[in-house]
Design a protein around this ligand. Sequence first.
Ligand code: NI
Length: 139
Amino acid sequence: MSEIVSVYRKEHFNSAHRLNNPKWTPERNKEVFGKCNLPNYHGHNYELIVKVTGEIDPATGYVMDMKVLSDIISEQVLERFDHRNLNEDVPEFKELNPTAENIAVVIFRLLRPAIDEHLALQIRLFETPRNYVDYPASS
Ligand code: NI
């Protein structure tokens, strides 16, 4: 009998960003993004929860070794995002607005190749204690 279980790893990073659509006028950007459009950037304490779902491996009793998952997240995400300016320092956001939605998609794409293809992956990203996103979308 194989049981399907979700395991979660919580991580944290601090990053600066600015929301801006270069195709719009400064007025339009200010209207849509408000303080998030201020030119000198601002920071968030991001909370990242990585969810991995799959069968328990009968040999280990694990869905996935959490130390391995932690190392993958550190290597692929934290080392690239933590204490960085997302717009300036992370190539994925050169032309992509670093909203929580887009950051979650980018994190998914960075982690997906490093995790066994038989395991499902979902990213939950808190931008503030009250605002968070899921990718892929929760049903
Ligand atoms: Ni912001």
